[in-house]
Design a protein. Structure first.
Lengths: 257, 220
């Protein structure tokens, strides 16, 4: 908790600093993204593949796309564990804030649109049905995920408490509404306890037993911490919060065997 | 709650006037299959004749296939109790517990009905599955899905009628209302085979799959 408060303090301090060598967070950014996911359930295993892409936004952010494959194993009814591999391009990291080598010297985000990164993930997701709540069909899940990026060695922990209500009609789910708060805790990078955090709301409509259509909205805050080049050249330390509204559309395909 | 009587009534349009022997027959068994007739309970053997008043009971991991002589073949899953009410032009059976697969030959004579213990329904089709599901609010669900042909399901008291086409299924929720037909993924696992010579006839599909497991939902 103390570290978090320190992090907040750094963020506030950075908000008062505007220099050419410190990134300035754009405002009013809206990220539009789409994803499609295929889930194949075989006994206690769920095999999963997901493709995600962010629409180009005229240079404010890189054109991020990712492909994730892996699976969950249901250890007990209340716990699933999973292993995933993700390949992604267009991710932005703290150390991507660099100084232009050609004169005059200028600081900028380097272009990561074509940069390939590999992520390994381990997942554990306990979940509990909260039948005592009105409507009965409530599930609380706490998704926890360890991420290791082989590109730069960054490691982080994601934690996401999520409360979902399932609207069931005629014994089959018609609609899910989820309210989540996703947090990324950096383990070996950044100057703050939280690297990224956002509340988000998701509505999933089960159009057919095999196809779900998902709409989501999130208010995402990412904290840019001092890049390695910045620290080496100027010795300036900063933490800049960058917030954006994320709107997403998803298609979830489910197959059972 | 008042216990309603459910009729699943199957009437084939292409009725042929030929009348077969008005007697059923056990054509295949696995495991413990018992006949509760007019006398003492006894084990069932292949070839045993069946008549009105007979009740066939299958034990755990058991099954029976019976021929009702009018072109109807019924496969009883494990832990099923089926009573034969009448045979002949108006063949009728009562499903008291468990689940049955019913296959109707193209040349069915007369009518065929299956009674369950919840809502009242009438069906018309050629190959379908009827099973009791979970009991919610004291009344058991009845599930019905069609593998071949089409089925007309109705509840006479309310007048609700639903046509169920091939590949679709319905649920009689708590015996009170019929859902709209859906393609239920769990029905893909049903073993429709009723010919032991052609292969395995046992079906172990769990009806629990028909109910949403809220703890098994992951979307990322």
């Amino acid at each position: 908790m103390k570290g978090f408060m320190v992090g907040i303090g750094l963020v506030l301090a950075a908000a008062c600093v505007e220099a050419d060598n410190v990134p300035v967070a754009p405002t009013g950014v809206v990220e539009l993204q789409g994803r499609t996911q295929l889930v194949a359930t075989i006994g206690s295993f769920d095999l999963l593949a997901e493709a995600l892409g962010r629409l180009p936004d005229a240079g404010t952010l890189p054109d991020f796309t990712s492909l994730t494959v892996g699976g969950y194993y249901r250890v007990i009814p209340n716990l699933k564990v999973g292993v995933f591999y993700r390949v992604q391009v267009g991710a932005r990291h703290d150390d991507d804030w660099v100084q232009n080598s050609s004169p005059p010297p200028d600081w900028m985000w380097q272009d990561t649109n074509g940069r390939l990164e590999n992520i390994l993930m381990l997942d554990a997701s306990p979940r509990f049905q909260l039948s005592f709540l009105p409507g009965e069909n409530w599930v609380l899940m706490v998704k926890t995920r360890y991420l290791y990026n082989t590109f730069d060695g960054e490691q982080s922990i994601m934690a996401r408490p999520e409360l979902t209500y399932f609207w069931i009609q005629d014994r089959i789910p018609l609609l899910n509404v989820s309210l989540s708060y996703e947090m990324y805790f950096p383990l070996n990078f950044g100057d703050t306890l939280l690297y990224q955090a956002y509340p988000y709301l998701t509505v999933l409509w089960h159009a057919t037993p095999e196809l779900g259509v998902e709409l989501g909205g999130a208010y995402k805050t990412t904290i840019w911490s001092t890049s390695a080049m910045e620290r080496a050249i100027d010795g300036v330390v900063y933490s800049v919060p960058f917030s954006s509204l994320v709107l997403s559309l998803g298609l979830v395909w489910t197959l059972g065997f | 709650m008042k216990r309603l009587t459910v009729w699943i009534l199957l009437i084939l349009l292409a009725a042929v006037p030929t009348v077969y022997a008005i007697q059923g027959q056990v054509t295949y068994t696995e495991g413990d299959v018992t006949l509760r007739g007019t006398g003492a309970d006894r084990d069932v053997a292949i070839g045993d004749a069946l008549g009105p008043g007979d009740v066939i009971v299958t034990g755990a991991a058991s099954l029976a296939i019976i021929d009702l002589a009018n072109g109807t073949t019924v496969k009883l899953r494990e832990k099923t109790t089926l009573a034969i009410d009448s045979l002949g032009a108006a063949t009728a059976v009562t499903l008291r517990a468990g689940a049955v697969f019913t296959s109707i030959a193209q040349k069915l004579t007369g009518s065929f009905s299956v009674r369950t213990t919840s809502a009242v329904a009438g069906v018309r089709g050629t190959e379908f599955f009827v099973a009791y599901g979970r009991s919610i609010d004291a009344e058991p669900d009845v599930w019905l899905c069609v593998n071949r042909g089409s089925v007309e399901v109705s509840i006479p008291q309310s007048g609700q009628t639903v046509l169920v086409n091939e590949g679709l299924g319905i649920n009689i929720v708590g015996g009170t209302s019929i859902t709209a037909p859906h393609r239920y993924p769990w029905t893909r696992g049903l073993n429709w085979n009723i010919d032991p010579v052609a292969g395995k006839v046992q079906d172990a599909t769990s009806l629990d799959q028909a109910y949403t497991d809220l703890l098994n939902q992951d979307y990322d």
